[in-house]
Design a protein around this ligand. Structure first.
Ligand code: SF4
Ligand code: SF4
Length: 185
């Protein structure tokens, strides 16, 4: 039986042939931001300097290793790809210019299209659709802006934003994630 941790993130072995999608790494490398993937040497410098990995079980090298190995379903359904804080430390350290932060964005986009987006991201997208912002405008913010001599916040053009989101396919992505959420209940 396969060994998985509580996040559903499998240990290194065993890897079964049926789980390996050999073209996965090329799919990722073909996307904008994924181009550096195939240069990865799995040296581990990214994991060694990752501030998130220093406090929780998160290893960029392991994510990269699984992508290179072709474990598509595992990578795209794991919460690991949602743990990156986009601090770019790994990109500074990587001698191969893999640009892991961009690679992880590609993986998140792929996962989102399959309905596997992290719930917090779906909620943020819904907030933008509803209010034009990821947070609610409060009187406190208005007051602080006034005290700081900043101009009043303009109300966003929500209709235009929603139009852009629809044209970009984001509303379809939100629907796919909500549908999957309902199915899993
Ligand atoms: S992304 Fe760069 S630093 Fe990380 S394992 Fe690959 S080559 Fe090493
Ligand atoms: S960008 Fe993400 S993976 Fe890279 S060091 Fe920062 S938190 Fe870790």
């Amino acid at each position: 039986m396969e060994q998985t941790d509580k996040k559903g993130y499998r240990g290194d072995f065993p890897v079964h042939d049926e789980d390996v999608k050999a073209k996965f790494k090329y799919e990722v490398a073909d996307m904008v931001g994924g181009e550096g993937l195939l240069r990865c040497l799995k040296c581990g410098a990214c994991s060694g300097g990752c501030p998130v990995g220093s406090v929780i079980d998160y290893r960029p090298r392991k994510v990269l290793g699984n992508v290179l190995l072709g474990l598509k379903d595992e990578v795209l359904s794991s919460d690991q790809i949602w743990l990156c804080a986009a601090c770019f430390t790994c990109e500074e350290r990587c001698v191969q210019q893999v640009n892991f932060t961009d690679v992880v964005t590609v993986l998140r986009n792929m996962a989102s299209r399959e309905g596997n987006a992290a719930p917090g991201y779906v909620k943020m997208a819904e907030m933008v659709m509803k209010n034009g912002r990821v947070s609610t405008r409060t009187g406190l913010v208005d007051k602080m802006r006034e005290q700081l001599g900043l101009p009043p916040l303009q109300d966003p053009a929500v209709d235009q934003l929603v139009g852009i989101m629809q044209a970009a396919g984001l509303t379809d992505v939100i629907d796919a994630n909500k549908k999957k959420e309902v199915e899993s209940e």
